[in-house]
Design a protein around this ligand. Structure first.
Ligand code: ZN
Length: 333
């Protein structure tokens, strides 16, 4: 087993270090100051009060954030270094919440995030079981974290996924871009089947943003859903940039949801703008969209994600459903 658990193998120079938000905005991506990101203002000392004001104004008991990352510290440090050491084109992605774990947890609690996930994901074989054991330990000492887990197409994946479900995992993460694998891999067939049977949701980064992967886009995962119609799949980042195709997928499958992670922020609107023509479908899908943020690996304040949702102007009931009620219902909170 030597080497299998070696987080140093997560090289800061390879795509796996890119975190879930993927690769850098390219130099040709357009607006924004050179070396900076739009919406990249520093976080403010009064941010917790502003976030609390946001959900209080909606009459909510807090927020549920299905897309946040907690990982072994040395893995997370490498992800952060990847972002901050300058991406392609010399752009800088300052991680707004590069702080010790206890500080990040304290901040989420100050924000009033009642439940949050702890997503981690492997980029190679032999890593997922180790991540899952760390995630189980993290969940045991963090009662407001949703026990999260992951997998990779490898022999034994069905066994450690079954073990994680038995241990109480309530949410899985699959990253087709960083993992570089085909979700139709036969080694994953029993994994999808098991998750469908257990009704445990899986967040899948399957959109082709910000750079396409070999198996990203709606095609491969739609075949998985056709084979496992009971699967509860949360498409990360609202499926960007294939927003419309993932809305189609959601309409075809009752178990498909979309998370808002980074969508509608100045940063995403600059990289992969949400088409105005899809606004009516967004409004109509009020019960299928879940708040996600990518905290802490974001180059702008947490509050900006919330304001980006509010400025869609879809109404209080839409915001209430997205920011709390849908996740509470789906995850049985
Ligand atoms: Zn993420």
């Amino acid at each position: 087993m030597t080497g299998l658990h070696d987080p140093d193998a997560v090289s800061a120079s390879e795509p796996a270090g890119a975190g879930d938000s993927g690769a850098a905005p390219s130099e040709s991506a357009g607006a924004g100051e050179a070396g900076g990101v739009p919406g990249g203002e520093p976080t403010a000392a009064d941010e917790p009060a502003a976030v609390v004001g946001f959900w209080q104004d909606l009459g909510l008991p807090g927020l549920v954030d299905v897309h946040t990352h907690f990982m072994p510290p040395n893995v997370l440090a490498k992800v952060w270094n990847y972002f901050e050491n300058g991406l392609e084109g010399g752009r800088v992605w300052p991680v707004a919440y590069r702080r010790p774990e206890q500080d990040r947890l304290a901040l989420l609690r100050e924000f009033g995030v009642r439940r949050f996930s702890a997503l981690a994901y492997p980029h190679k074989p032999g890593m997922a079981a180790w991540l899952n054991s760390w995630e189980a330990e993290f969940a045991a000492r963090t009662p407001d974290a949703l026990h999260s887990a992951t997998f990779y197409p490898e022999p034994g994946a069905d066994e450690y996924v079954a073990g994680a479900v038995d241990a109480g995992a309530r949410l899985f993460k699959a990253h087709l871009q960083v993992g570089g694998y085909d979700p139709r891999d036969e080694l994953l067939d029993p994994v999808w089947g098991l998750l469908a049977e257990a009704r445990v949701p899986v967040i899948v980064h399957c959109g082709s943003g910000p750079t396409p992967g070999r198996y990203t886009g709606p095609g491969p995962v739609s075949e998985v859903l056709a084979r496992h119609p009971g699967l509860i799949m949360i498409v990360a980042h609202l499926g960007a940039p294939e927003y419309g195709e993932f809305f189609d997928l959601m309409q075809r499958h009752a178990g498909v949801y979309l998370d808002t992670t980074m969508a509608f922020t100045d940063f995403f609107e600059w990289l992969m703008p949400f088409p105005a023509a899809l606004r009516p479908r967004l409004a109509a899908a009020a019960d299928r969209i879940l708040l996600g943020t990518d905290f802490p690996n974001i180059p702008y304040p947490y509050l900006h994600q919330l304001e980006a949702l509010a400025r869609l102007d879809l109404g209080v009931s839409w915001l209430r459903a997205v920011c709390y009620d849908n996740a509470a219902r789906l995850l049985g909170l």
